[in-house]
Design a protein around this ligand. Structure first.
Ligand SMILES: *Cc1c(COP(=O)(O)O)cnc(C)c1O
Length: 469
């Protein structure tokens, strides 16, 4: 194409105004805000201009322009934050929003969110109240602690406790508990950020009570115990029991804090998942401050819960940093509603999705996998081999790392596309499906599927397998 032809083609592209007066634009404007339409038209025209200059444009400048604008409009108006179908079997999948909230709590969240509320108003006294007061009663009731407080997440809870109780002084921690949780939350770094001085004791695999004992000085502000969460020291190892630390702390008048991480409120050992202490248990064994997440094993909204002795909770609540990490009303509403479900263990297990998923018995999972496999087979025909297999799910969220939860998965082996292509197509479908690839098949773990997901999943698979490779 010579220079003159190029100029002609560029000149034949309509102006933005002209496009907006056209017939298709009337339809776009009836569906989208004007600013969005203008942006889509402008961007599409620019793209076409660049294509013409690069010599990759279609023969006439206008060809495909309307479609390009419509695609852009669709992309721009799509909500970025969406629900996905979690077929990974990882219950508290940090990348997928951790704990799904029970439907029962949504009404409470909505009620307080779309109207005014008594968030910081004492209705009985007719004066200013504290937002934390709504949650203290139920926290005391469920955990047995004297007092409680909620902040944005457990990382903030730990930082706040260290800052409020130990800034400028020493915090004694076992070397086996100087962990990194992920998302760059590392105990030594949080300690530094909180202005506290880390005093490591013991060794990686063994820390004795006497190690703590000899480390205590007049500069010690806190004895900290940290749940190792996503890793375990096994073999020749020893940690010091919380009650021994509490006894030592009482003798030396030093508070003992336990960062529990997950913070289970239900004894999962009853469902065959042993090894995770409950918050109630740690409180009853005397820990002065206990911190845990709202959206890990508790199964509620994101939040950092601090429970413990009144004296310390009061001190923490009075610290200026508390204001900077305060929770919003929707979190408070959701958390109160979820905590109330714990008044009856069976209600909690049946209504809190994370707990239901973790405690679903294997025979139930097998039955669901068989039904899902049948449904998928009838949709995808000969485009894939579909079978039920045994596999293992994970709790996720840094909880119960060494517990493999036996599960049943549907294994899909596509016949005409690669596993990677199938996985990518599912991930980019609507709603997106996130699944796991094993050596030879795409695995769909039924543990983390909701009841309505099966039909959507079968549909997504048939689309993903049906398209030309
Ligand atoms: C997960 C975890 C945290 C961080 O909690 P978030 O709620 O994710 O901020 C802190 N400490 C421990 C031990 C954890 O397991």
């Amino acid at each position: 194409m010579d220079k003159r032809e190029l100029q002609q083609m560029l000149a034949s592209l309509p102006a933005v105004d002209e496009m907006l007066r056209g017939l298709p634009a009337a339809r776009w404007l009836s569906l989208h805000p004007r600013t969005l339409v203008v942006r889509a038209v402008r961007e599409a025209l620019q793209e076409f201009r660049e294509k013409i200059l690069a010599g990759t444009a279609p023969s006439t400048a206008m060809e495909g322009l309307d479609t390009a604008i419509e695609d852009r409009l669709q992309g721009l108006s799509k909500t970025r934050f969406r629900r996905v179908i979690n077929a990974t079997g990882i219950v508290l999948h940090t990348n997928l929003g951790r704990a799904p909230l029970p439907r029962e709590v949504l009404e409470k969240v909505m009620e307080g969110a779309v109207a005014y509320s008594n968030l910081e108003f004492d209705l009985e006294q007719g004066r200013r109240g504290k937002r934390y007061d709504h949650i203290t009663g139920i926290l005391q009731e469920i955990t047995g602690a004297e007092d409680g407080l909620v902040v944005n997440n457990n990382a903030a809870a730990v930082l706040l406790c260290l800052t409020a109780l130990a800034a400028g002084r020493e915090v004694v921690v076992s070397r086996g508990e100087l962990i990194e949780i992920g998302g760059s939350f590392r105990i030594p770094d949080v300690m530094r950020a909180g202005g506290a001085c880390l005093k490591e004791v013991g060794t990686t695999n063994k820390t004795h009570l006497r190690d703590y004992e000899t480390a205590l000085t007049e500069h010690t502000a806190l004895i900290l115990k940290v749940h190792p969460s996503n890793y375990r020291i096994v073999g020749f190892s020893q940690e010091t029991a919380i009650e021994d630390l509490v006894k030592l702390g009482r003798e030396r008048r030093i508070p003992v804090m336990y960062d529990l991480g997950s913070g289970s409120l239900l004894d999962l050992a009853r469902y065959g998942i042993a090894g995770e202490p409950t918050v109630q248990d740690i409180v009853s064994r005397g820990a002065d401050i206990v911190t845990f997440s709202g959206d890990k094993l508790l199964g509620g909204p994101q939040g950092g819960i601090i429970v413990g002795r009144k004296e310390f909770i009061g001190k923490i609540q009075g610290h200026p940093l508390t204001r900077a990490v305060r929770v919003d009303k929707m979190t408070l509403a959701a958390l109160e509603a979820v905590l109330k479900l714990y008044r009856d263990e069976e209600t909690a297990r049946k209504t809190i999705p994370a707990l239901t998923m973790l405690t679903t018995p294997l025979p139930t999972l097998k039955g669901r996998a068989s039904r899902l496999a049948r449904r998928i087979r009838s949709r995808v025909g000969k485009t894939a081999d579909v079978a039920v297999r045994k596999d293992v799910s994970q709790a996720g969220g840094g909880s119960l790392p060494e517990k493999s939860l036996e599960t049943a998965v549907v294994a899909v082996k596509p016949r005409s596309v690669s596993l990677q292509t199938l996985e990518m197509r599912l991930r980019t479908s609507d709603p997106p499906v996130v699944a796991r690839i094993s050596d030879d098949a795409l695995l769909l773990d039924v543990r983390t599927l909701f009841s309505g997901d099966d039909a959507l999943l079968a549909e997504a698979l048939s689309r993903a397998l049906g398209r030309a490779p």
